[in-house]
Design a protein around this ligand. Structure first.
Ligand code: EPU
Length: 306
């Protein structure tokens, strides 16, 4: 808790809507994790920008949270401020659509289909928000956000408002410069995507079919964080976990899904420590058997030990 001084804590506590020691587990799809030192939920971009500027000036760490669908939050919680971004406005303008960072990708997929646009059906398989999808170049069924993204309105403390083109965001497989590069700490305010005109009913039929199929291969009704590992080049993490005989492997209430080897399911009351041990067991066994390093896709945040 090295960030913490009485004056910084007092400043945070004085801000409207900010709460202290706020549990985060229920704000993640995994249902796991300790409290945020301070927490706030905000929709107005200007207010969000001022707040992260204030944090940056004071050296207070902040974590921008969306739907919490790709996170493993430490049992001991998270330093500083956790700011849940919930701006959900959207605007369709011909083939281009602007969407607030807090809008769910699945919701946006239905909105654009209703507007008679095609090419965003893959988003029905992305559980998180638009902001989170930009942050990690989310994708499904072989398509990624970067393929339809035109630009992002953002904000960077001490540099102000920014318009980022896809090239600025340095997208990679489930990553961007916001996650791992020069834009770390930057805020996604809104994303503009460009799609094709087409039959919205066909888009909806395709999304219904894809969702049905996803329900047959992934444990979508459980508490989980999506894919735990990135697919190694030319292979599939789920296949490797299965081949290592680890489907059903358990640590406390954290279990490797018997449906899909790249999912860990919280059966109820699993801790982040349980999940971390299970992840390390899988990595060790896949390394031992196949000499392959599985890298985590889930982002581990907060006060993890060791
Ligand atoms: N497989 C197995 N055993 C398993 C799981 C999979 O043998 O337990 C085999 C499948 O039979 C298939 C291959 O592995 O031949 C690939 O599996 P799947 O089609 O389920 O896709 P995936 O590569 O495991 C990726 C994304 C998912 C996305 C699906 C559908 C990654 C790490 N995962 O999964 O994304 O939903 O494709 O397109 O890129 C996520 O990012 O959180 C996520 C769930």
């Amino acid at each position: 808790m090295s960030w913490r001084t009485a004056s910084k804590a007092k400043w945070l506590a004085s801000l409207p809507g900010v709460s202290e020691d706020e549990p985060l587990a229920s704000r993640t799809s995994f249902g796991i994790g300790g409290p945020a030192d301070f927490f706030v939920e905000m929709s107005r971009p200007q207010a969000i920008e001022e707040l992260i500027e204030g944090c940056a000036e004071r050296g207070i760490p902040y974590l921008l949270l969306g739907a919490g669908t790709n996170l493993l939050i430490a049992d001991a919680g998270v330093d500083g401020l956790v700011l849940r971004v919930v701006n959900r406005e959207h605007h369709v303008d011909g083939r281009q659509v602007r969407a607030g960072a807090g809008l769910k990708m699945m919701r946006l997929a239905r909105i654009v289909a209703d507007a008679g646009l095609r090419g965003f059906e893959f988003a029905i398989g992305v559980p998180g928000t638009v902001g989170g999808a930009v942050y990690q170049n989310a994708g499904c069924w072989g398509k990624e956000l970067r393929e339809v993204l035109v630009e992002v309105e953002g904000f960077m403390p001490s540099a102000g408002k920014k318009t980022w083109k896809p090239a600025d965001l340095k997208f990679g497989y489930r990553t961007s410069a916001l996650k791992e590069g020069a834009l770390k700490g930057g805020l996604v305010v809104e994303a503009t995507i460009q799609l094709e005109r087409g039959d919205g009913e066909q888009a909806k039929a395709l999304m219904a079919k894809l969702t049905r199929e996803r329900g047959e291969t992934q444990p979508i009704k459980t508490k989980n964080c999506g894919s735990v590992f990135k697919n190694p080049p030319g292979d599939s993490a789920g296949r490797l976990v299965q081949a290592a005989g680890l489907k059903g492997a358990r640590e406390g209430s954290a279990v490797v899904s018997t449906m899909h080897g790249n999912f860990i399911v919280n059966e109820g009351g699993a801790t982040a420590a349980d999940v971390k041990v299970l992840i390390e067991r899988i990595q060790a066994e896949v390394r031992r058997r196949f000499n392959i390093e599985l890298e985590t896709e889930v982002e581990m945040v907060g006060r993890f030990k060791g």
